[in-house]
Design a protein around this ligand. Structure first.
Ligand code: ZZB
Length: 261
């Protein structure tokens, strides 16, 4: 499976993350720290509204080179080290460990997003065994992301978040004749999906939205407005890579598990 790694730069740590990393600050000087998400949909990056982590997942901070520190699972950092993203091939340099729960509320800059800064929020179904364990959220075109963001908006106390962190609307970025310009909200409504816990309906919704967007979608936002999704996808991937905001990240096929189970 070939993903695009998306670098979401840490602008301000959450209070808990701040105290977890305060003793390491000397290691950060002159470097940027990025939460790294793995996506199959680089053309949707204009619509990012937040970033998701699993609260129970253990993440690491990894020194990648003289300028970048990546935050992702150790498993992903190891894969990256074999793909040229480390000082020495195959060698992982871990600076610290941090629990997903402690990252909630961290402010990040999501590349290409219409929103200047977005927040790290909790999602129940993030798989530690897939991608980087960090998921970038595009509620306009991902039913899982839309359902989860709705949960967070409806019950901020239950999820222990500041409501302002979830106060971002889905952005219309792709149009299809079947689902209009907000495919994920449309399909979630049609299928009466009420929460991120509706796993079976969400898996069906994801399949429908994937297919419709890929075969019949047109970009209505961003640098390649007017192009089909199939045309725009590689162009936006190249744009992310050439500007240093993304990179190719591969995962051995047999290790890939689907989010739905
Ligand atoms: C942004 C995005 C925008 C995504 C969209 C999807 C969609 P698949 O097909 O099952 O392999 N993802 C990545 N890592 C994880 C993880 N560890 N746990 C849970 N979900 C993860 O799914 C690949 C997608 O699953 C990735 O692409 C990522 O979300 C998520 F508009 O990134 B995507 C209709 C889907 N739309």
């Amino acid at each position: 499976q070939e993903y695009t790694g998306i670098k979401l730069k840490v602008i301000e740590w959450s209070e808990k993350a701040k105290s977890a990393v305060v003793s390491l600050e000397h290691l950060f000087s002159g470097k940027s720290i990025f939460l790294v998400a793995a996506t199959l949909r680089p053309e949707t990056m204009f619509g990012q509204t937040n970033c998701f982590v699993g609260t129970e997942i253990t993440y690491g901070l990894f020194k990648i080179n003289e300028t970048d520190i990546f935050l992702c699972t150790k498993r992903a950092a190891r894969n990256m080290a074999f793909q040229g993203y480390s000082n020495e091939r195959g060698v992982v340099t871990q600076i610290a460990e941090i629990k997903g729960a402690d990252l909630i509320g961290t402010k990040v800059k999501a590349p290409l997003s219409k929103y200047e800064d977005v927040y790290v929020l909790p999602m129940e179904n993030v798989l530690p065994t897939k991608g980087t364990g960090v998921v970038t959220s595009v509620p306009s075109d991902s039913p899982d992301d839309f359902a989860t963001l709705q949960d967070l908006k409806k019950k901020p106390e239950y999820y222990n978040i500041n409501p302002a962190w979830a106060n971002f609307e889905p952005i219309p970025i792709i149009n299809t004749s079947t689902y209009g310009n907000l495919a994920a909200p449309t399909v979630c409504q049609q299928k009466k999906i009420n929460s991120q816990k509706d796993r079976v309906q969400l898996a069906e919704a994801k399949e429908l939205v994937y297919k419709e967007g890929f075969y019949n979608g047109t970009m209505i936002y961003g640098d390649y407005k007017g192009r089909t999704v199939q045309e725009a996808k590689p162009l936006i991937k190249d744009l992310l890579i050439s500007t240093g905001q993304g990179f190719v990240y591969k995962e051995p096929e047999n290790l890939v598990m689907s989010r739905s189970g």
